[in-house]
Design a protein around this ligand. Sequence first.
Ligand SMILES: [Fe+2]
Ligand SMILES: [Fe+2]
Length: 281
Amino acid sequence: MKSSALNQYYKINLNPQTSIAFSEKGFREINLNSELNFNYLDFIDNDLFIGNKVLLVKNLLNASILLGIKKWHLFDVESSNDDLVPGIDPEKNKDYQNYCWGLLSSFITTGATPLVAEYLYEKFLADGSDLIANHYKEIKIEEGPHQKLCKLDLKELGVDYQKIFSLYTFEKEDSLVKYFWKLAKSKEPLSTLGYAYALEKTALIFNTPKKIIATKDLLGSKDSAIRCLMAHSSNSHEKEHVEDSLRLISTLSIRSITEIAKATLETSSKMHNPFLRIKKL
Ligand SMILES: [Fe+2]
Ligand SMILES: [Fe+2]
């Protein structure tokens, strides 16, 4: 019984263009129209027999992240920003400039997280859902100091973030924050867990020990300006956040899990959308 559950694939439609099949073992993108006869079960039934639901949910959400990235592979758009960061030595190379832009990006998203988490803590507490409320309280406590880390890094690198935010608009980050609030105020506010999962898991994937060493080399004498990066690296608390979140999501209804997966895909897609740019105001 156990091995058949392990091999059982479920199908889910995440948006009009994206359907996936997933099991406790893996996932694949499918075309629902041409694969109707496959032995996939619809992921809509709360009475499904699932051996390891955490593993199943993990595969579903990781597939959602990857499909959000893959969506843009066909578009050949130059996504990097050509402008120099005011306050940074123009002799510094493009990687250095991009690191500064990345910090400014994190400054925006890390600023929103404790505010949305506070809003949802109050909301779920008022609804009598203490367990969920406490999860958001934890997010607020853990994520609250992260914007300060970005501020310290930016200060050390000589980047005047207030000046930059008065000169530039950050379309991607603004759209992410707007989407986060939209989810929080929607009929399924638990879908914000999909937003958080996409951001945290993506950080874990990319912020490897190798990247930290390369960044320190890049920054030279200012190599302590990696506080924000360290807080979101694969060796950081983010790993526990992702695991805690998966455990919680696995206890939710199939309907909520489905909405969370849709939000994970949409968040990942926004994060990698090359058409959303940093623009001069
Ligand atoms: Fe964070
Ligand atoms: Fe986190």
